[in-house]
Design a protein around this ligand. Sequence first.
Ligand code: ADP
Ligand code: MG
Length: 705
Amino acid sequence: MKLSKIVERWPTACIVALDMRPDILNPLFSELESLKGVGPAIARPLDRLGLKRVKDLLYHFPTGWTYRKAVQIVDQADVGQNIIVTLAIANHRSGGSARSPLRIHGVDSEGNYLTLTFFGRTGGWAKKQLPVGETRVISGKLERYGDELQIVHPDHIAPVGDAKPVALVEPVYPLSEGITSNRLHGLVLQALERLPALAEWIEPTLLANRNWQGWSQALSTVHQRDDQAVRDRLAYDELFANQLAMRLVRASLDRRKGPPICGDGRLVSQLRLPFALTGAQRRVIEEIEGDLAQSRPMLRLLQGDVGSGKTMVALHALLRAVEAGKQGAMLAPTEILARQHFANLQASLAGLPVNIAILTGREKGRVRESVLMGLADGLIDILVGTHAIFQEAVTYKALALAIIDEQHRFGVSQRLMLSRKGQGVPHLLVMTATPIPRSLALACYGEMDVSQIDEMPPGRTPVETRVISEERLPELVDGVARHLATGRQAFWVCPLVEESERSELAAAEQRAAMLKLRFGDQVALVHGRMKGPEKDAVMDAFAAGKTRLLVATTVIEVGVDVPNASLMIVEAADRFGLAQLHQLRGRVGRGSEKSTCILVRSSQISETARARLALMRETNDGFRIAEEDLKLRGAGEMLGTRQSGESPFRVASDEQVRELIGAAADDARLLIDRDGGLEGPRGEAARVALYLFERDAGVATLRGG
Ligand code: ADP
Ligand code: MG
C-alpha cells in the first residue's frame, strides 16, 4: 500500500486488505447471504441497517430488552407486564363488521379467560394458529380492555412443549421495515455459531481487573442480557484496535521523516506588527519552531481562548515554512473566516516577498485555475481557504505545514486529509479555542503535543455579561440606541432554530426589519444563505463602520474581528451551547472599550438552562466553560460528528470513549514498546484485532516499514 494511502486514512484507518486477512476471520467477513434463510428480500432491510457481513450482525447490539414473566394463571401478572401463559383455546369471535377485530378467547389452568385480539388481515392466520380445543403457549403484553384482560397481537404463539421455549429475556434490536426483532435475533444466533476462537489481545491484568469475559463469550453474552461490563469489553476492543493502528501509522510516518523546516528568520524579522507578541505567543511559537526543525512530522494542538491571538502564531509558523522554501496552508471552517484570515494575513505581510492566495468554493474558473497553477509550480507560498484546499485537484509543489483553525467545526474524517497533500508528511498544527479533553484528543489523533496560549493580549477589558428576559426586549432596543449614539457598533445574533435554516433566516429577517424601523440604514443583515460576494459586502461595510448594527444568524460565530463593535446581543441564548455562546461573546471585547454581552433568554426556561446562563455571567474562562459544555453535550457533538454521523467508532459510545480510551491508549503503547513488530503471541492476537476492526492500515505499516 502506498504511504499516501495510509496517510489519507489516518487516523481512523479503515481499509480492507483482502489478501492479508487471517483465515480465522473469514467466517466473520462472509456475506450475510451465507446464513440460512437470508435471500434478497431480507438482505435489503439488513443492508439498510448497515448489515452486510456476519461480523456486522454480531456487532449489531440490542438497544433494549423485553422481560417476560411466566405465569400459571393470568391473575399472577399485572396489567402492562409481558407474560408467558399456557391457554386452552375456547372460541373465536369475529366482530360484526369487516373492520372490527377478531377476538379469540383462551382459558388458563384455573378457568380465567384471556382475550387474544387480532386486527386487520392477521385474523385468518391467527385462527389457524389457535384452533379451538387446542392448548398453546402465548406471550405478549397484558392489557385491560373494559372488564376483560387481553393481549393484542401476541408476540409468540407456540405449541406446548415446543423445542424453543419463549425466552424470559429477549433482545430488542434496532430495526428497519421488512425485518422483525425476532427474525434478527434468529440470524444473530446463527452468526454466533460461527464465532472463531481468537487469542486474547487485551492485556491480561486489565482483563482480570475489569473482570471481563473473553471476546467470543462477550459477543454471545451481549445478545443475551443487559451487561455493561460486556459492552465495555467489546467497545474497548475497538478503541484498542484504533489506538494501535494510529500508533503504528504514526511510527511509520515518523520513520519516513519529512523535511525539517529551518527558517533563517529573514521573513519573520521583516514583519511589522502594530503590537508586541505576548509572552505566551512567543513561547508557543518557540515550541512550534522546535517541532518544525525536526524531521519527525509535527502533530500539535494549539489551544487558546477566543481572542488570545492564535492567528499571529499561525503566521509565524507559516513564515518559517516559506523561509525554508516550502509552502504552508491554513484551513478555516467557514468562508467568512477564511476571507478574514486572508485579509489579516495579507495586511500583516504587506511589503514582504511572500505570495498568499485564497481558495474557497467561490473561486471558480480562471481565478481558480491560476491558484491551482500557482500552488503546483510553487509561486504561491501560503494558501488560506475552506475545505476546497484539500480537494483532489489541488496539488502543492512543496507543502510542508498545514494549519487547521477552529478544528471543532470539522468532522473527524476531514481533519487529516490535508496530510496527503505534501510529498513526505507535512507538519500539522490544529488550533482551537475549545480545549479538547485528553480522551477526545486521543480518539482523534492518538498522542498529540499540546501548546497553550494562557495569556490575553494586554489592554483587553473583560466582557461584562448580563442575562435578561425576552420580555424586556423594548428596553433592550432603547439600550442599543444609546450604545449606537456613542459611535460604537453592535452585533445582534438571532435565535438558533434547530429544524431548518429557512426558519432561522425568517427570524433574522423579521428582527432586522423591526430594528430598521427604529435605526434605519444603520442596520445590516448577514445570514448563512447569502451568496459569497453579497456576504462579503455586508461584512466589509460593517467592518468599515458604514453600518452600525449587524443582525446575524450564527454565521458570525467564528472569527469576525471588528474592534469598534463592543455590544453583543444574543437572542434566545438558552438555545445555544455554552461553547458557542463563549465564541459569540469573544466577538466583542477586542478593542480597548469596555464591552458588554447581553444574553436574552426565553421567558420560560429550565433550571439547567438558567444555571448555564448564570455560568456565562460568572466567568470568562473558556476552559471552564468548555468543560461544563462537554458535560452537557456528548463528545461526538463537540467534535462536530453528531449531525454527519461520522464518529470514528461503531461500537464504542461517546461515554465509553471517555471512559476507556485512556486505558486503550496505554495498553497499545505498552504493547508496541515491547513488541513493535507485533510478532509475539499477544502481538499476533492484536494483529487479528486490527483486521477485525478493519484498521489494517496499521498492519500495512508493519509490512512496508
Ligand atoms: P484568536 O485566538 O481568537 O484566533 P485572533 O488571532 O483573531 O484571536 O486575535 C484577536 C485580536 O487580537 C486580533 O485583532 C489580533 O490582531 C489581536 N492581537 C493578536 N496578538 C496580539 C498582541 N500580542 N497584542 C495585541 N493584540 C493582539
Ligand atoms: Mg481565530
